[in-house]
Write a protein that binds this ligand. Structure first.
Ligand code: DC
Length: 228
């Protein structure tokens, strides 16, 4: 951990739809800590790139945006330059752009600094993302690597949001069609997030792997609490 690192950090990493956010919130509530969704920060930068008319694969442009915008994530609310973008960062266009932006090392170093600062100010936190245990807080008190069967992850996403993230699918589509669309988007993002050069999604040394495919939410929370 860095010199000024806080005493209590719980790191939760895993692929899209593995249940990180709900788990992180539940663990944070139990511990009286706040939780940080670092994916929301990458989404905020992708949103700002698109809003500025930029190409998400233009590395210099995305890096300049990451350096100049003001991103604040607090209690589930995301502000970009002081304007609430909590809903907009979940738009299908951002789903499509965010993996490209997150693969950019310059964007990552800006956001990693912000994430460490967020935790430092609060004296700890439950932090979830892809590189928390490997890069951002390698000395976290507990590191969890969540995994779940891809089909189950897609189903959970659809059950949670009721819409397909990539298509903005017409509601007339069947449940199975929505799950299929979501599964394709998740598979695409998993591929980019796990194979990129900068901080790919990997199991951190010392991380405990929890496969939630056959676990209930409560069982998963209890398992994590048991690690503390
Ligand atoms: O958790 P999420 O699906 O909202 O994350 C959005 C994107 O950000 C996803 O493609 C992976 C990326 N991300 C990342 O690279 N590193 C993190 N610590 C968190 C998210």
């Amino acid at each position: 951990m860095t010199d000024d690192a806080p005493a209590r950090v719980i790191a939760i990493d895993g692929p899209a739809g593995s249940g990180k956010s709900t788990l992180a919130q539940a663990v944070a509530d139990r511990l009286g800590l706040e939780c940080l969704d670092t994916g929301a920060m990458y989404r905020a930068v992708a949103f700002a790139v698109l809003r500025a008319g930029g190409d998400p694969s233009d590395g210099d442009f995305a890096a300049a945006v990451a350096r100049t915008i003001d991103v604040s994530v607090d209690g589930g609310e995301v502000l970009v330059d002081g304007v609430d973008a909590t809903v907009e960062i979940r738009a299908p266009s951002v789903d499509r752009a965010v993996s490209l932006v997150a693969a950019n090392p310059a964007v990552r170093s800006e956001l990693v600094a912000l994430q460490r600062e967020w935790v430092r100010r609060r004296g700890g936190g439950v932090v979830e993302g892809r590189d928390i245990g490997t890069v951002v807080f390698p000395d976290a008190e507990v590191k969890v690597h969540l995994v779940a069967d891809a089909a189950v992850r897609a189903q959970r996403r659809v059950d949670q949001t009721g819409t397909a993230p990539t298509g903005g699918g017409p509601r007339g589509r069947t449940y199975d069609q929505e799950v299929e669309t979501v599964a394709e988007d998740i598979a695409r993002r998993d591929r980019i997030d796990s194979t990129r050069r900068a901080s790919p999604l990997l199991k951190a040394p010392g991380a405990v792997v929890i496969d939630t495919t056959e676990l209930t939410f409560e069982e998963t929370v209890e398992l994590v609490m048991g690690l503390l």
